[in-house]
Design a protein around this ligand. Structure first.
Ligand code: UDP
Ligand code: MG
Length: 314
């Protein structure tokens, strides 16, 4: 069985269109499936629409979160509830084209555990969004320990095996792309052109976008913490040069009383402070890693376990 998971927030005008498209595609694929709508605390008629679909079609499961928890948490909720051998997470505004589902499934049947889609272009995306997105992924990959596919989205297929490991990652602020990128297993990418939204406007305000971007960096990298230490080190280096210069001035007598001591103290304590902060940062970084309680390791294969069948007959 395939689980399709779609978080929806104030998407009443998109529910039906998305449902029709997914139903048509899944009938064509001919596999058993469930479509899980996770209503992320919508204030419009989204809940009514998904409940209506769930009552009429046993493939549909409609769940509503008690309030708006954000896209990443809504996705996680759907992943936890899913029962499929493989899951597909996708947005409910048609920007993740349901027509791509058969290709995702085909890659899974070839043996890939994670099929990550990559947006080639987005119709109507502003220049600002395109530039910031490209710069962001460059920065992420430069500083993060695990790879993040540039232009990657949360439109992907995951095999149950990879999903069950993902579920062990229970951190609250989460950047699913970063976690999945670091899961390993057999991963492949599939590119697509994102069309413009079917109806309505983006539910990601600039504030939510910045928040997600920040979460991505902070949860995936301790480089920002280390930066203070490096700064302190640079400061100390510059301080030594400065102190030599101050001593020269002092000996040559080209200074006013008290100046030499003040400058030397500033140079020493400035850099010592920064380095001490950097050391604290290292410990805080370790505490941060430990509090996430991520699994230490996970297996790709065990000779005592047989691989489940991924054929079309299910
Ligand atoms: N979404 C959500 N909770 C939120 C914001 C968005 O569940 O707090 C859903 C939204 O309904 C959509 C998907 O996440 O199905 C992607 O959001 P959107 O299309 O607004 O993002 P964009 O495509 O503009 O990046
Ligand atoms: Mg969208």
């Amino acid at each position: 069985m395939i689980s399709i998971i779609t978080p929806v927030y104030n998407e009443e005008e998109n529910i039906n269109c998305f449902y029709d498209a997914v139903t048509a595609v899944m009938n064509q694929v001919g596999m058993d499936y469930e479509l899980i709508y996770v209503n992320d605390g919508s204030r419009d008629g989204t809940e009514r629409e998904i409940n209506r679909l769930a009552a009429a079609d046993p493939h549909v499961r409609a769940v509503s979160l008690a309030r708006n928890f954000g896209h990443q948490i809504a996705l996680t909720c759907g992943m936890d509830l899913s029962r499929g051998d493989a899951i597909i997470t996708m947005d409910g505004d048609m920007q993740h084209p349901p027509a791509l589902i058969p290709e995702l499934i085909a890659r899974w049947q070839e043996g890939y555990d994670i099929v990550q889609t990559v947006r080639e272009t987005t119709e109507n995306a502003s220049l600002f969004k395109r530039i910031t997105s490209a710069a962001y992924y460059k920065l992420m990959n430069a500083i993060s320990a695990t790879p993040v596919v540039p232009g990657g989205s949360d439109f992907r297929l995951m095999d149950r095996k990879a999903l069950s490991i993902f579920q062990k990652f229970r951190e609250h602020s989460r950047f699913i792309r970063g976690i999945v990128g670091g899961l390993g297993f057999r991963q492949t990418t599939l590119s697509f052109k994102a069309p413009a939204r079917h109806a309505g406007t983006s539910k990601f305000s600039l504030r939510k976008m910045l928040h997600l971007a920040m979460d991505g960096i902070i949860t995936n990298s301790t480089v920002p913490l280390r930066m203070t230490f490096y700064l302190g080190f640079l400061g100390a280096f510059a301080g030594v040069i400065l102190i030599v210069y101050v001593c020269y001035c002092h000996i040559a007598g080209i200074t006013v009383p008290g100046w030499s001591t003040t400058v030397i103290l500033l140079a020493i304590f400035g850099s010592v402070n920064l380095m001490a902060l950097g050391i604290l940062g290292e410990y805080i970084g370790r505490i941060f890693e430990e509090t996430k309680q991520r699994p230490l390791y996970w297996l790709a294969h065990d000779s005592k376990e047989t691989e489940p069948d991924r054929s079309l007959t299910k």
